[in-house]
Unconditional design. Sequence first.
Lengths: 688, 246
Amino acid sequence: MRRVQFDKKGRRIGLIAVLILAAAVLLEVFLFNYHGLAQENYEESFALDGSDSRVQIEYQEFTSEMDEQMLEDLRYQEEMNRLYYELLGADYESTLEETLIEKDGKTYKVVKQAVIRVPLGEARYVKGMKFAYPVDESRYANYGVEARFYLDGELLNDYLMYDTVSSRLDEGYMNVGMTADEVELTTYGDFDFDGTGVSVSFYNEFRFNGYRAAFLAGSGWLLLFLCSARQLYKKKLHVVFGVVCLYLGLSMVILVGCNQSGWDEHIHFLHAYEASFGSTIETPESAMGMRGKYSPGFATIEERAAVTEYLREHDDMKTADISYQSRFIGYSTRAYLPQSLFLMLARVLHLPFDMQYMMGKAGNLVFYLLVLMLAMKLARSGKKFIAVVGLMPTPLFLASEYTYDAFITALLFLGFILWLNEIASEGYLKWQNALLMMVCFAAGSWSKQIYIFMIFLLCFLPARKFRDRKSRWILIAACAAVAGWLLYSIFSAPGAAPSIGVGVDYDLSTAGDRRVQGVSMIGQIGYILQNPFTYAKMLLSSMASTLWAYTFGGRAWLDLAYNGMYPAACGIVTAILLLFACLVKTKEEDTFVLSAGYKVLIGVMFAGLAAVIWTSLYGTYSVVGASSIEGVQARYYIPLILPLLYIFVNNRIKFRWDEVWYYRILFLGAAGLNIYGIYEYILKATCF
Amino acid sequence: MNNKLRELRAGELLRTYGRRIVGAGIVLCLLGLAVSFIRPKQQLQTVTINMSAEGEQLIPMEPGTTLSYQCGTRGYPLAGIQVGIGKNGREIDTGYLHVWVYDAGRETLYSESLISMADIDDGQYVYIPFDNYRQCIGELYVLFAYEAEQGTAEYPGIYVNSARTEDASTYVNEELLDGSLKCYYVYRVDYYPLLYDLCLLLFILAGVFFLTEKGARRKRKEKTEDNMPEIENRYGGRKDETSAVR
């Protein structure tokens, strides 16, 4: 009888799954490709070298004021270009300095532009525009094209349609989606535009977008899974989390692809890449571009194909740059090991470079997923908190790109859950549990040592957990020693060879983020000591003004780095989800309610660590004596949020309906946020 | 049920042998630290001292000419120096560059080496290792001279430039040069790759050592013996040690 029921339900789910697939295909064919089906398919090209009589070109020149940061960015890009040409064995002729002029103590950049008018003849639907240019001309590097579309003399796009052209590809594409009869193109560069070999094409076509169709179908199936699962919510919540996390994370990995849209992704990739080798590092041109942040990016599906081809063409290990390193993996690099392992695996499997790059990111995701699933499995209470926080868009995005943040978050969450299990249970603290907790806190702080303060939670385990006072005090001393050892490693690498050329291992007078001028750790410490009340006021006001946004509001959860940030209204959804999870309990749930003392302890730990984060950024990212603290990002709070949620747990508000619906609300909410974000900020921005 | 039993059994084993496992870990960490300190690893570290191209010139090292370089070693023993040798495009395959390293008072000779011209390419920055490098710390006096083979008139040069190097002076035939020797310093430095991890692990293991149960093995044995009749009844006379937790 049960078998029959299962078969019936299984058949129904199977049928819905097929319908979802059909709906995705139909949407792709009839909605997204409507103009390709219903209207004329064409591609019309115009030469921009002056030979095409239909095209009118007008030249203009103006100056643009540059600040220090803009100049630094330009010079950085120049250096990258020079390195690239050096690698190719060619000379690079820089034109940057020629285009800079000094006037009244200010620096201006001369911008030369060509305004090109292209008549399309009759009014026609333009799906996209292709801009082709010769790749061997170094001067086309960093070329910008702005497009304005007209119909009967009326401007159709009052918003900016702008595309930058990479000299490393021989074509650039822009999605248009308008019916127009004339186009005005404005090209920006450092030199006179002569248009040799340059052409522009406009087209309308039917094109089945596999990425879009697969994402639509996959998201539909995910929602179906969340709506149809029942027993999994009750008995194996970690499995539900695993499925959702894997699908959404892999979607991010694949759809972002080789676009470096994460925070400092090129630097994190560099560390992961180097750690994936032994003592000899082989860096082909593709990897060199990713490390140096000059690899071309993509904004359309056509550009994605061009970038993929470029990366595969330049992945020749025979011409790879060879460098050497110690076999020993430095402790600050270990957070990249899951990424390195998958990168190595991809190389062993001879996957093309673009897939190797994605495999590295998948390694990060798999580690994050497995550790959080383990934390959920081990958690005596509050599994739902790990699921909700772990599935928020920003933590998930961080787990799907090159970074150490996911490694930190996962291990600190696991360490905290083990600590909470001890608080919630009777019996003595087992040595293996204490060992695992300490290892989690220590390893989670390898790359961001300030989180090591969380290890002091062990000092506040109740006396009943210890057989005698001696064992308790020795554990406390060991926690202090571990924390001290990790904090010491910020200033000097224990056991490492001295950096003789630099003078001392860590120079506090110049320590700080090199991207910001006027930063000095020692200068800032001096300023704080001289003005303790001014600083305390600034610190407290900064923390208070961002408290909501960096915790329950959207800032910590809805930032997809360079892909974009969700609208502020979505912050309400994150707040509702988090508050719903921690304030409301199901009837069956036995989430542990912390005593008032422990709530105060966690509150103090949260505030203390937040203050340390703000202060460290004031020292390393803010100009000495600055009136505001720069550089603090909401994502730095993520490892602290799980403990914070336990403060709000209570027994007062109960969910009156079936607990399955309670979990469905949580998972559907988190999955819905991610599906929206991936579609809007990743798929639409890069694969349409 | 089997999983639960397995967990219980593993937990019981960890409890019983906890002190031995953690103790062994501590001993291994201490041994590792001792070995790490006794046998540190070494790496060569090249430090650019003065390599500016500004005012670059070759000091001709004709026989009888000496070029001396007085410098501080920046707090670490200097394992060697890299200087640029120029041949002006000529074939100089015979002769030797003779290098002496003294203390600042030129009383104690620390190192003496002969570099064959046949092994040096034109313009090469050749590494000149110092013997007894551990003594080469503080103020050093390095003397260069060329020893030609009899019957050859060609001689090489050493690169200098117009830059001033902090805590170093260059002399040609005992006359102070308005510039400095172009060079790199090469250090041989010790490092202890496992120090960080072993210390960290040692702290953790020391912290958990007293959480292990003293005499757990004995207690367990006693408990097993006490429960033996019951176990025998339940499991048909099985007598293995781990049966107590089944």
